[in-house]
Ligand binder design. Structure first.
Ligand code: PLP
Length: 392
């Protein structure tokens, strides 16, 4: 009799996708003691007290039920005003906004709502770990467009144009970018918008780091450009800006028909985002600006510190203009990204993420998060300096 294999019964598409390179690596980190981690992409701050308090009050008042599938009307109103103010696009809170379980769910819903088998999705790489696998799980064909350090990891309309085929349906954008900290200049974003209109592409733009740009640089959303609102889904949430990763709360803003289609999947798969997190998000969005400002200030100082340190170490890098990551190039050490990260962890107890976790274009780089206290950053970068010196 043939040997029983459960693995063979798993859907082939799931067998084929890799596990996240970040998670694999952090299994090792967690099994070690006294490691300073610049690895996980989340704020080191706890959620500001006034936001936690809003959730506690909501619990005290007995708010423990399901909500509307779209999310609490008060939250959708708050999101609508916030997005109007921040991104300069107006969305009808009754029909053009869906509250999701993090931007993660928004990415999945948007792709599943739009893709037919074989439809191609373009996205820039190095990129957030979920894009390729989520496109594949939705039946799409993931087509990465390489961005490069020499160009500050900007995505060029001309590179998108070369990748467009008759099957291309969606372009995914993420600016500021995880893991590179790249932002998009408005003139290039305009060219991309024109290309999308010309080739009738839909756009999913993940703007989860939009509050975290530095040196007073404005954030531009492609949705705000002429004729783009009608073909764009904006994904955003409270995880990064308000230090709320564990609350699992995001939102999607887009054309009525697309939001309605996303809602259909959400309604059966999730039902609604947790009510307590929605209550907390109302407080964050309506009154969180001073807390955000304080955290932003801290990230900005840490960014100055890490960029100066990398400069002194003569590690090539592109200046992070947004998010909270620096993505230095470590090829001069003669190590691959993975070996660099593994050896640094074993020898110096410092965890960074191998650039290859973010796609092939990440070979030769490592991602260091500066959403970490200054004390820890200081120790971590001194150890990195030592590690590099030992290899020169
Ligand atoms: N999009 C990007 C670019 C991210 O970096 C992350 C988390 O690291 C997410 C989405 C996931 O966000 P959420 O916590 O809202 O699901």
């Amino acid at each position: 009799m043939e040997k029983f294999s459960m693995h063979a019964r798993i859907a082939s598409i799931v067998q084929e996708i890799p596990k996240s390179g970040i998670r694999d690596f952090f299994e090792i980190v967690q099994s070690m003691e006294d490691v300073i981690s610049l690895g996980i992409g989340e704020p080191d701050f706890v959620t500001p007290w006034h936001i936690r308090e809003a959730a506690i009050y909501a619990l005290e008042k007995g708010k423990t039920s399901y909500t509307s599938n779209l999310g609490l009307p008060r939250l959708r109103n708050a999101i609508s005003s916030y997005i109007q103010k921040k991104l300069n696009v107006s969305y009808n809170p009754k029909s053009e906004i869906l509250v999701t379980v993090g931007v993660s769910e928004g990415i999945d819903l948007a792709l599943r709502a739009l893709l037919n088998p074989g439809d191609e999705v373009l996205y820039h790489e190095p990129c957030y770990v979920s894009y390729g696998p989520t496109i594949a799980l939705a039946g799409g064909v993931a087509k990465a467009i390489r961005t490069r350090m020499e160009n500050d990891f900007i995505l060029f309309a001309s590179d998108i144009e070369k990748a467009i085929t008759a099957r291309t349906k969606v372009l995914m954008l993420n600016f500021p970018t995880n893991p590179t900290g790249a932002t998009m200049p408005l003139n290039e974003l305009r060219k991309i918008a024109e290309l999308c209109i010309e080739h009738d592409l839909l756009v999913i733009t993940d703007e989860i780091y939009s509050e975290l740009t530095y040196d007073q640089a404005p954030h531009y959303s492609i949705a705000a450009l002429p004729q783009m609102k009608e073909r764009t889904i904006v994904l955003h949430g409270v995880s990064k800006a308000f230090a709320m990763t564990g609350w699992r709360l995001g939102f999607a803003c887009g054309p009525l028909d697309i939001i309605d289609a996303m809602m259909k999947i959400h309604q059966y798969a999730i039902l609604c985002a947790p009510i307590i997190s929605q209550e907390a998000a109302i407080e964050a969005i309506e009154s969180g600006a001073p807390s955000l400002h304080k955290m932003h200030h801290a990230y900005s100082q840490r960014r100055n510190f890490v960029t100066e340190f990398c400069r002194q170490l003569e590690l090539p890098f592109s200046f992070p203009r947004g998010a909270f990551y620096i993505f230095p190039n470590i090829t001069e050490t003669g190590l691959s990204s993975k070996d660099f990260a593994l050896q640094l962890l074993q020898e110096k107890k410092i965890a960074v993420v191998p650039g290859t976790a973010f796609g092939e274009g990440g070979e030769g780089f490592v991602r260091c998060s500066f959403a970490t206290s200054m004390e820890k950053l200081q120790i971590a970068f001194e150890q990195i300096a030592l590690f590099i010196k030992e290899r020169k």
